[in-house]
Design a protein around this ligand. Sequence first.
Ligand SMILES: Cc1cc2nc3c(=O)[nH]c(=O)nc-3n(C[C@H](O)[C@H](O)[C@H](O)COP(=O)(O)OP(=O)(O)OC[C@H]3O[C@@H](n4cnc5c(N)ncnc54)[C@H](O)[C@@H]3O)c2cc1C
Length: 438
Amino acid sequence: MKPPVLVRDLAHVVGPDAVLWRPEDLLLYEYDGLSSARQPHAVVFPSTTEQVVSIVKLAARENLPVVARGAGTGLSGGSVVTEGGIVVATSRMKKIVEIDLENQRARVQPGVVNLDLSLAVSDHGYYFVPDPSSQKACTIGGNVAENAAGPHTLAYGVTTNHVLGLEVVLPGGEVIHTGAPFWDRPGYDLRGLLVGSEGTLGIVTEVTVRLCRKPEAVVTLLSIYERVVDATRTVAAITARGITPSALEMMDGFTLRAVEEATHAGYPMDSAAVLLIEVEGLREAVEEQADQIAQVCRENQAREVHRAQTTEERELLWRGRKNAFGALGRISPSYYLQDGVIPRTRLPEMLEYIAQVARKYDLLIGNIFHAGDGNLHPIIMFDPRDAGQAQRVRPRGGRGAATIGHGQWSPGNPPASYLSLRSLSGPRPHNAGPDSSP
Ligand SMILES: Cc1cc2nc3c(=O)[nH]c(=O)nc-3n(C[C@H](O)[C@H](O)[C@H](O)COP(=O)(O)OP(=O)(O)OC[C@H]3O[C@@H](n4cnc5c(N)ncnc54)[C@H](O)[C@@H]3O)c2cc1C
């Protein structure tokens, strides 16, 4: 099979080993972490910003949509195409360009895996705070595009709070630099606009991130409950006392049994729910906060409040939590993951409502979520081969259907925001790279 002209032109830009175009090679790229859509015309793996510019210009010539893709763990269909087009995969753009510990920042290409950045600076006592559960796989470019959150969002904020500057290739092929190596650059906050825009405004080709010092002390508590409602009440009670843990996660009994069977992390198999609570900071303050939290848990009928005794035990509990989706995948052929945020004071009634929905539709629904933020993840288990079940989970054309492909823009039809973004950003000042003063 002879490659089409487009593929030959793309190969001219990135090299023949950096373009996929045969249908069997494209299969994987029909999917992200949740949805499936159409095959792209080609998947291309650039290594540099210049190559991304050339790819975008080629796409414009062919009037084809362009979709950026990191690790493909996204759950909102942003990295899959709906009408063909070119997928720009960043997995070869994985250089940590610069680590600047004195200024607590790093400059990275977008394909750097989230956890790899923290590992690279860990020995120096630093880490990159955003820690989605997918952090072993997902990329910093994907985190930026999704404004990803994680367990430690509660205390330290989401990705946008840890991104200082961006280099972005716009749909017309222009390269812009937004933000600065420092906070609060004068002018419009285009960095803030781009973070969370799900790839709709351009392709991020470099990110300047903030690095944080690892805390002096960390205490991890596992609070165990006989009733879900007691766990949910504890969440609001902790914050009502003016305590902000660095993480406050909840798993219901169904989920934690699946997790324990898969990971042997030390979760109790016989409880209705657990809270995984972490406090960190200066040693004395952490000890005091941990004692206060344990007391609140007991006041809210915790059966037991267990404190991780060693770093290994702490890491094991987190490994269980972060592998929970995989653990649920072992017991169900498929699942439909929901993602919503509610005030944490409404958690008790919302968990009861989810239980009612499960009963009404005769479905298993597990709950694992960032309880401190009220960020729920009801996970509906189902077997897609069972037509009745599949229909109950995602009514065809109904409100349950996933949104697909909104990360896509087409050079011939850029989003309205593109034009204004280009005019607001202006040309790149000759000295205004991520390393220079604002
Ligand atoms: C098991 C599991 C657990 C998860 N846990 C969390 C969690 O705790 N918190 C959370 O927030 N999310 C979570 N996610 C969702 C997902 O991992 C995150 O959204 C992550 O940031 C996506 O990164 P990615 O590299 O996989 O991006 P992809 O899935 O490849 O892409 C996601 C979006 O980013 C765009 N994009 C990717 N790279 C670029 C770029 N260089 N320039 C412009 N746009 C780009 C894509 O076009 C797409 O719209 C989880 C997913 C899974 C499967």
